[in-house]
Design a protein around this ligand. Structure first.
Ligand SMILES: Cc1cc2nc3c(=O)[nH]c(=O)nc-3n(C[C@H](O)[C@H](O)[C@H](O)COP(=O)(O)O)c2cc1C
Length: 299
């Protein structure tokens, strides 16, 4: 383990260790207007949502290396409004062009090949290609330090939300495969929330799980089951009842499954743990518990 105080790192290391580890970060593609009404568009990945009621989005803009302000910061300070457009995979390569430090007054909609669409509640344009666009008013701009490279927090409230029809599932929720979001990592790396990188963990907060502390010691010390497997067993609200276990023990299914387990499992718990793992890998948590308890009962 490497341990540092922020002060002992060079600014470059500090920047890299923070960006290289706190990720993937969503990207706020900020559309603003300068005081003459010229459009500006730039990506910011120090960004997230901090409230849904009311909808509060926060991102931060560093000052440039020479200490000057980026256009987005000047524009939100001057106009008090912006559109935060989210970035998905089909538009990611174009978005990166808008991160180039073009001179003030250059329209990055044109540089990145994006289509400006008029907004309804604010003056800056929305990005047509973006799957979700938030028309926002700026609540506060807070400078975090006066040193060069220091960040300025921009706290914004969404007044109107536009979501592309194509990202919705049949039940009106947003389908992660359809929205196909990207995240920013360290250096020039990005990730895509799609395909094999998507997974669900159904652990409803209101259903009180038994927890690791209630797992039998041999499971907790298993050489076969990982933290992931144990969490599946610890994530249940209760283990099978005596009655359920009796029903299982009297079933043909149990006879088959338990026959495969040697009585030697007394000495070698790995055999049983392997079998439990097979069920867990198929997502059959109840079955894993039944087999485990039944084997303990039999041998
Ligand atoms: C994906 C991505 C994320 C970025 N995130 C940030 C960020 O969080 N803070 C920042 O100051 N600059 C960030 N940048 C750099 C700015 O986009 C860049 O300095 C841009 O030229 C600023 O434009 P502006 O002066 O028009 O606001 C990022 C660039 C990219 C490509």
């Amino acid at each position: 383990m490497r341990t540092f105080t922020p002060e002992e790192l060079t600014p470059r290391q500090r920047h890299h260790y923070i960006l290289g580890s706190i990720n993937p970060r969503p990207i706020c593609f900020a559309s603003t207007l300068d005081k003459e009404g010229k459009p500006n568009l730039a990506p910011y990945s120090f960004f997230n949502v901090f409230s849904s009621t009311p909808p509060i989005l926060i991102f931060s803009v560093n000052t440039r290396r020479d200490g000057s302000n980026k256009d987005t910061l000047n524009n939100v300070k001057e106009t008090g409004e912006l559109v935060i457009n989210l970035v998905n995979y089909p538009m990611a390569r174009q978005m990166a062009i808008c991160g180039v430090e073009y001179d003030t007054g250059i329209n990055e909609f044109e540089k990145g090949g994006f289509t400006p669409v008029p907004s309804e509640k604010v003056k800056p344009f929305r990005v047509k290609e973006s799957p979700v666009q938030f028309e926002c008013k700026v609540l506060e701009v807070k400078a975090l330090s006066d040193k060069p490279g220091a960040a300025n927090l921009i706290i914004a409230q969404a007044l109107l939300i536009h979501a592309n029809e194509d990202i919705f599932a049949e039940d009106d929720t947003i389908d992660p495969r359809k929205i196909d979001m990207v995240g920013r990592l360290g250096n020039f790396n990005y990730s895509r929330a799609n395909g094999e990188s998507l997974f669900a963990i159904k652990q409803p907060p209101a259903e009180i799980a038994i927890g690791f502390d209630n797992l039998p010691d041999d499971l907790k010390g298993s050489k076969v089951l990982t933290g992931h497997h144990l969490a599946m067993m610890a994530g249940v609200t209760g283990t099978p009842s005596e009655e359920e276990l009796d029903d299982y023990l009297n079933s043909e299914e149990a006879a088959e499954e338990i026959k495969e387990l040697h009585p030697e499992i007394k000495d070698d718990k790995n055999i049983l743990h392997e079998k439990v793992k097979d069920f867990l890998n198929k997502g059959e948590v109840r079955q894993a518990w039944l087999l485990y308890l039944a084997a303990r009962h039999k041998f």
